[in-house]
Structure formats: structure tokens, C-alpha cells
Design a protein around this ligand. Structure first.
Ligand code: ZN
Length: 391
């Protein structure tokens, strides 16, 4: 796909477009950085290969506490400096619920800090996969006594130590710790699953984990943003991001009331959230698909993150919209440099709408999203593409 197109193609401006629309322009113009051509396939392979075959028994993992089955934050949710690498389980604003080994294995690492994850345990399982439990109030008695001994020896509170596999073997479902609020944040259990190379896996890909939650409410579309990405590109006649409220028609069905005028190369991003049956918390939806005139042009799912790549939070969320305090918009396109394995092997540069590939006139934009329980919502909008100067 060649994204470098001369700007005269987008020369016909849509000056009449500003009247009668319910959206707003982002005041700050986003940077129109040079777009690079698509990456070599080897790079895509490198990003996705670790997740092609997860050499673990997916059905073996169990829910790690009896505190609740309520998720307060999902995998890959926004954090200021990173993507959330696990799930947060509600502990009803209390501490001291038992934490159970999600699988059989052994305690492989003890981590204690006054900041971040507070008191944390790593468990290594026979296939090399790792489960991780954080913000703990305290560990099981034997582990706790061992940690205290080391803290005393080191004469400091912070501790980071690998444990001999023979020292603390644990059976699946047995007590390893108690929930707490150590480190940053209020009471909850932070739970992660990582492969043998420590790449974080969405715990909801594991059947017993996903079966634990109850959710029949489809995700909610809040707003859609249209961002001109190349010089000369325009949304609603201007080079700034155009933000429009989504209107709910029925359960799980949303529309944009008016057609959106687009020309050039346009990135679509959405502000959407999901809420499960029994909770007030809103988390990010799990996956997206985008269609133009019924043809699939983009797909994403928050399944995995490469270890050490969680800082790519701004590759996924729209920085300009965040800074403009519009909220957390998820980009439905893959920018150059994005190394997140969310896109089913779509290469960098995929996803933006290129109006030079569309006939002038109206085209249907349809965005589908699903939550972790596979509840679906759709958003339908009309795109109005002007005749280009070429024709
Ligand atoms: Zn967390």
C-alpha cells in the first residue's frame, strides 16, 4: 500500500460541511508525521510468533480468589505510562481475602516494594508459564516468614528474590497469600498470566477464568473521532480531528446521526467501554472490527503484549485526544512503529481510510466491538467522499 499521495488529490475542500453537525473539532491539530511504508513481514512475524502456539493447558487455570468475580480493570486498559498487563479483581474495598494458586507449580519469585505492585508473588508452572499476584496484604505463613527473614538480613523493606523450585511447591487452588492494598492503589487483586518468556497473556483467553464472570451487557460506544493523517487530508472539511457523539438506537446498536465528510487519509478512533452485569466499573472492550461498505478493513483484539512493550500505550490510545481531555480513544489503525500484537498480523500502516480508493459519494462505515463475554455492539455511520481533483 502506497500511502504517499500528492496533496492535490484532496484539493476540493468541503467548506459547507460545518453546518448542522453535532460534532466538535479537536482544537489542537494532530501531528501529520511522515507515514512510512509497510514493515517487512519478518517484523510482523517477530511480533506475533511467540503467541502462535501457547504451549500450556489453557483449561488448567482457575480464578485466583474468592473475593469476587468482578473485574475493575481489564487487560491492556490505559495507564499513564503503560498498558495494563493483567486484570484487576475487586476485593470489595477490603483486604485479607485468600489468594489461591491458579495452577499447580511453585513460588518462583517474591517481590516487595512500597510502590508499584507492593507485595507480589510469581508462580512458575511445570510448562514454564507464570502467574502473578500483586498488591498482597501478606503471603502464606511459610513464605511470609521467609520474606521477613530476608528483609531483616538485608535491613530493608524492599525485596526482590528468585526462589528455588523445591522451596515452596504449591498445588492448584491452595492458599498462597491474602489480598491487600500494598503499593499503589486501593484494595484489589492484580492478577497476570505470562508465557515462559514472560510475555503477558490476557487471562480471559483461559476458559475457566472467562467463565467466572457474568456479563450480558454489550459494550457502549461513546464517541468516534476522525483524524486526518496525511498532508491535505481533511475530516469535515478541516485538517483537525473531528469528534462526534455516538447515538444509541437500541441495545448494542449505535449510529452517527449525520454523514461525515472525509478526504485523503483518515484514521478512525473510538471511545468505547464495557460494563459487566453487576458492576459499576467500565473497562475497555476486548476487540474491534471495522468495515467499509461491508468489507473488513481492520481488526484488533487485546490478547497479548510482548514483555517489555507495555510502554507502547500511546501506539494504541490517541495521544492528542487524551491531551485534549476528550478521553481514551482506541485507534482503529496501526501506526508505523506500533509493535503491539493486537492486529491479527495486519502490518504497520493498515487501517486508515484512504478516500482515493473509494468512489465519490456515500459509503457505509461500520464498527463492531465485543466484550470478554462476546457481547456485541455495532456503530454505523455514513462517510461522504467528495470527487477528487484527479477525476
Ligand atoms: Zn492491575
Amino acid at each position: 500500500m502506497n500511502r504517499q499521495r500528492p496533496s492535490f488529490l484532496y484539493g476540493i475542500l468541503l467548506t459547507a460541511a460545518l453546518f448542522g453537525f453535532s460534532g466538535t473539532f479537536l482544537s489542537e491539530s494532530p501531528s501529520n508525521k511522515n507515514r512510512a511504508s509497510t514493515a517487512p513481514l519478518s517484523r510482523v512475524e517477530e511480533i506475533y510468533a511467540p503467541f502462535d502456539t501457547l504451549r500450556t493447558d489453557l483449561s488448567d487455570y482457575i480464578w485466583p480468589t474468592n473475593a469476587s468475580t468482578v473485574i475493575t480493570s481489564s487487560f491492556a486498559d490505559y495507564r499513564r505510562t503503560h498498558l495494563h498487563e493483567g486484570v484487576d479483581i475487586s476485593t470489595n474495598s477490603q483486604n485479607g481475602y485468600p489468594v489461591y494458586a491458579s495452577r499447580s507449580g511453585y513460588i518462583s519469585r517474591i517481590f516487595i516494594s512500597r510502590r508499584g505492585y507492593g507485595k507480589m508473588l510469581y508462580m512458575r508452572h511445570p510448562d514454564g508459564f507464570v502467574t502473578l499476584y500483586a498488591h498482597l496484604q501478606r503471603f502464606d505463613d511459610k513464605v511470609d516468614a521467609y520474606a521477613k527473614k530476608l528483609q531483616k538480613q538485608n535491613k530493608r523493606y524492599s525485596l526482590e528474590v528468585d526462589i528455588d523450585p523445591a522451596m515452596f511447591p504449591v498445588e492448584k487452588g491452595h492458599l498462597i497469600a491474602y489480598t491487600g492494598e500494598t503499593g499503589i492503589g486501593s484494595s484489589h487483586l492484580h492478577f497476570e498470566v505470562r508465557d515462559s518468556a514472560l510475555n503477558p497473556i490476557n487471562p480471559f483467553l483461559l476458559p475457566q477464568i472467562s467463565a467466572a464472570i457474568s456479563d450480558q451487557i454489550p459494550p457502549h460506544f461513546d464517541m468516534v473521532a476522525f483524524t486526518p493523517l496525511a498532508s491535505g487530508s481533511k475530516a469535515q472539511g478541516r485538517t483537525r480531528t473531528w469528534v462526534v457523539d455516538a447515538k444509541r438506537e437500541n441495545a448494542g446498536e449505535y449510529v452517527l446521526s449525520d454523514p461525515v465528510k472525509v478526504s485523503g487519509l483518515i484514521g478512525v478512533s473510538v471511545k468505547a467501554s464495557d460494563q459487566a452485569d453487576i458492576l459499576k466499573y467500565r473497562t475497555g472492550p476486548f476487540r474491534f472490527e471495522m468495515y467499509i461498505d461491508g468489507k473488513l478493513v481492520f481488526t484488533s483484539a487485546k490478547k497479548f503484549i510482548l514483555d517489555g512493550e507495555a510502554h507502547q500505550v500511546m501506539a494504541y490510545y490517541d495521544r492528542n485526544l487524551l491531551r485534549a481531555r476528550k478521553g481514551r480513544f482506541e485507534k482503529l489503525y496501526v501506526e508505523y512503529g506500533n509493535r503491539l500484537p493486537f492486529y491479527n498480523r495486519l502490518p504497520e500502516g493498515t487501517g486508515p481510510i484512504d478516500t482515493s480508493e473509494l468512489e465519490p459519494g456515500e459509503h457505509q462505515l461500520r464498527i463492531l466491538t465485543w466484550d470478554l463475554s462476546n457481547n456485541e455492539s455495532s456503530l454505523t455511520a455514513m462517510l461522504s467522499v467528495s470527487p477528487s481533483a484527479k477525476r
